[in-house]
Write a protein that binds this ligand. Sequence first.
Ligand code: AMP
Length: 171
Amino acid sequence: MELSNYIDTIPDFPRDGVAFKDITPLLRDQTAYSFALDKIEEKFSGTKIDYIAGIEARGFLFASALADRLNCGLIPVRKAGKLPGDVLTEKYQLEYGSAALEIRKDSVPSGARVLIVDDVLATGGTAICAANLFQEIGADLVGFAFIISLSFLKGEQKLDAYRTVILVRYE
Ligand code: AMP
């Protein structure tokens, strides 16, 4: 199965100059979606994982199914201002300006093994931000899983120190 056949590239979305990778064709094809989950599951079978963390919003679409398959808890990593209660906030730089991600401070116990999941790895800023949040509360990062990497943006290099699974690369 060639997963790239189920990913659309939308030019100039959400703004000029961005080639947006749309995973909705992959989601609506039961075989392709299941195949993508199989591939990630396979790569981490035999690895001890306690929690799967999904990055808002498209990361949730893969993280939740994977958490169920791998018998893990699911942790939503949310954009700033969405989570109630005692949260930890970490800022990161965007091309224009900055953004922030949050997790609950009691998301996972210290030493818990966490796998972070998102749809697309671009510059790696989002992924590193999520990693910092979990490290701050003492989690043990198992690594990352992405459906897509935009390799030319060199995000993978930022994640060099971690185990990173990628299903489709765009050079
Ligand atoms: P980055 O922090 O640069 O690695 O960007 C990754 C985040 O932005 C992920 O949550 C992606 O969903 C989103 N993203 C960045 N670039 C794209 C793109 N070309 N197509 C779809 N999503 C993208």
